[in-house]
Design a protein around this ligand. Structure first.
Ligand code: FMN
Length: 336
């Protein structure tokens, strides 16, 4: 069985790639993921806010030491003693490259097309095999139009491309009026891949304290269907690499994404819930499914139920909406 796949110009031994998560903060965990069969790994993100905060702090340290406030100086770390998030990230990236044989994809997270993006160059020098750019943007400013938000995504990508020659993939939210068009636009701007979809974490209200609290819940398999539809619609219509992220917990979840047209299937929640060995089980399940269904390779499977190849292409569109509503069977005891 040939499980290999191509992603961002990299030849990978199989399509299972752990997505950005705290698991890549530990070398031991990363090695365990590689041993379980991970074909590449995406690192946790380095955030624009972290880079900017470090730059401000370093400015502050230098300024206050320069003007010689003796007493204050003794509380401040010397410039050379202060390790920035960027330095820590570069060290972890270099250590992961040293410890692993699989490709390591670094991840940047931010929204402005400003100076922080230049640090992409340092990630490239530290040995990253590709970059994932996650523009986690919540357009809470309601005076900002959809096209303005789309421009923002493109501007960050174009800016980053000026500083690195690595393949760049963009992790996107599903919240565009036309997600497929947005992907095409980013491809035209030089993206080598997209990762569909970024998961927005919703704030909650604590009923005891009446405070807004952040809430992070791990995913379930059913969530994968959103990305599956869009990957199926995009397959064969764009040339860039397609990664599926969100709700991939089983071999069947991964197989569906590949049938829709994904080049790789990311895993995060399943690994956080069950540990790194879960990846081996998913790989075994995927391989068994391929064998049962007489596929010889992942390449052969890829896109065979995408919109352009599906027997009922309209099932990926509005046509399915009425049918789905009509097909609803109320379980016993439920009103309809
Ligand atoms: C604890 C945690 C940390 C995460 N950290 C990052 C991150 O640093 N950068 C990023 O792009 N995505 C991050 N993600 C998102 C995951 O990579 C993934 O896209 C998302 O959880 C959906 O996939 P899943 O259903 O397999 O969990 C994180 C998710 C979790 C649960």
């Amino acid at each position: 069985m040939d499980l290999s796949t191509r992603y961002l110009g990299l030849k990978l031994s199989n399509p299972l790639v752990p997505s950005a998560s705290p698991l890549s903060r530990s070398l031991d965990m990363a090695r365990r993921l590689e041993d379980a069969g991970a074909s590449a790994i995406v690192m946790y993100s380095l955030f624009e806010e972290e880079i900017n905060a470090d730059e401000e702090k370093l400015d502050y340290i230098m300024h206050h030491q320069d003007i010689g406030h003796d007493e204050a100086d003794s509380y401040l770390p010397a410039h050379g003693d202060y390790k920035t998030h960027l330095e820590e990230y570069l060290e972890q990236l270099a250590a992961l490259k040293e410890a692993l044989d699989i490709p390591v994809i670094a991840s940047l997270n931010g929204i402005s097309a400003s100076g922080w993006v230049e640090h992409g160059r340092e990630l490239e020098k530290a040995g990253a095999d590709a970059l994932e750019l996650n523009v986690y943007y919540v357009p809470a400013d309601i005076s900002r139009s959809g096209p303005e938000v789309e421009n923002l995504y493109e501007a960050v990508l174009r800016n980053l491309k000026q500083h690195v020659s690595l393949p760049i993939t963009m992790k996107l939210s599903p919240q565009f009026s036309s997600p497929g068009h947005m992907v095409r636009r980013l491809e035209a701007a030089g993206a080598d891949g997209v990762s569909l979809f970024n998961r927005f974490y919703q704030p909650d209200i604590d009923m005891e304290t009446m405070q807004v609290t952040p809430r992070l819940q791990l995913s379930v398999s059913a969530e994968s269907l959103l990305a599956m539809r869009w990957i199926a619609i995009l397959y064969g219509r764009v040339k860039l690499s397609l990664a599926a992220t969100g709700g991939i917990h089983t071999g069947a979840d991964a197989a569906k994404m590949l049938l829709a047209g994904a080049d790789v299937t990311h895993m995060c929640s399943a690994l956080l819930k069950n540990g790194p060995d879960r990846l081996r089980n998913v790989l075994t399940e995927l391989e068994a499914w391929l064998e049962e269904n007489e596929y010889e390779s992942v390449e052969q499977l890829k896109g065979s139920v995408s919109q352009i190849h599906a027997e009922h292409p309209a099932a990926f569109e509005r046509a399915n909406y009425m049918k789905v509503l009509e097909s609803f069977e109320a379980p016993p005891g439920v009103w309809r």
